[in-house]
Ligand binder design. Sequence first.
Ligand code: S3P
Length: 426
Amino acid sequence: MIKIKQLEQKFDIVIDEIASDKSISHRCAIFSLLSNKPSIIKNYLQAEDTLNSLQIAELLGAKIEKTDEYIKITPPKELKEPFDILDCGNSGTSIRIYSGLLAGIDGFFVLTGDKYLRNRPMKRVATPLTSIGAKIDGRENGNLAPLAIRGGKLEAFNYESKIASAQVKSAMILAGLNANGISTYKEPSLSRDHTERMLKGMGAEIETEENVIKIIPLKTPLNPLEITVPTDPSSAFFFAVAAAITKSRVVLKNLTLNPTRIEAFKILEKMGTKIEYLLKEDKYEPIGDIVVEGNDLKAVEVSENIAWLIDEIPALAMAMAVANGKSIVKNAKELRVKESDRIKAVVDNLNRCGIETEEFEDGFAVRGGNPKFAKIESFGDHRIAMSFAILGLICGMQIDETNSIQTSFPNFVELLEKITEVENAN
Ligand code: S3P
């Protein structure tokens, strides 16, 4: 449990210790297994979710060496059947992408996770993988973890996904690399594209055109990764909202500026916040700083490019709660199957703060007002806990379960303490 004290004065700070990118870190652990040489990863995210992905790589035979500057992942000659279950903790990314990899590897694998992950839908990967010959089973007819996978030969495919999901797409790309011919994957709109960028960077034959991908099976192992993981824009966004709602200023350092990841900053800009994007380099991803300067906020309607801001919607809802007018989020049904039902979690908790809301099947409406102190239920969800902690800068806040913050952003509270007092009362 943490208690946030209302902000006493505006801030003007530079933050360069925000957690490294979770999506890219997971992929570093998993994709390094596709090479036959050691990968060197700087700034790997040291949080529960991504450490689990690393431990799974180890159970599959990789050697992991950590120094102060980097981690070195030396893949085994061939992935080995692990002697134990593979525990993905809270991470949907880990369980779904590993499913795609392991479906094409000879052996028996059991993937599982914590009580939240064990309640999240896995059919979205199990169905397309099974349709190309994978043997996958799980609770509730194969939809819920633990998932048991008997890896083996996979058929080439032409798959059209109904959801824009980078996790499903990544699982199918990895399956395609192990399949017996050329495959294509189509999604309704482009989801985050780290997998395509990184695998191409490693030498994979992947052709992309907007939301369609052609995957040519691997003939030889890929080149190893040599990468510095940028700052996670989804984590940095909490501090962007902090500046936006308190009319403060913050400089966020070394973020990925990948367009599929910074859409929420664009929405904040639409609401009246001044935002600058300073590109510094471009290797696997464009990387740079983002400067955020708060101003009066006006309501906004969000119904497009949802896949590009899905993780930031709870934090955006905090800006909506203090904006002038009624904001609306639509076409965001996927929020219901994240680490918690985020539509319910946002609406319930904003109501506790005295903010008027409406709940839709695929989103919500928020009428901006004067939020008041409340006791927040995080539903064990890191992004709900951090979002309401940020709203606490306006009115003070108590958040019940906050251990989940360790899954993605272990030094969040420490950074928040640069701005205001945080009482840690576990
Ligand atoms: C992720 C993809 C998104 C996102 C998740 C991370 C990834 O999920 O919500 O936090 O790293 O691929 P979906 O692909 O299921 O939309």
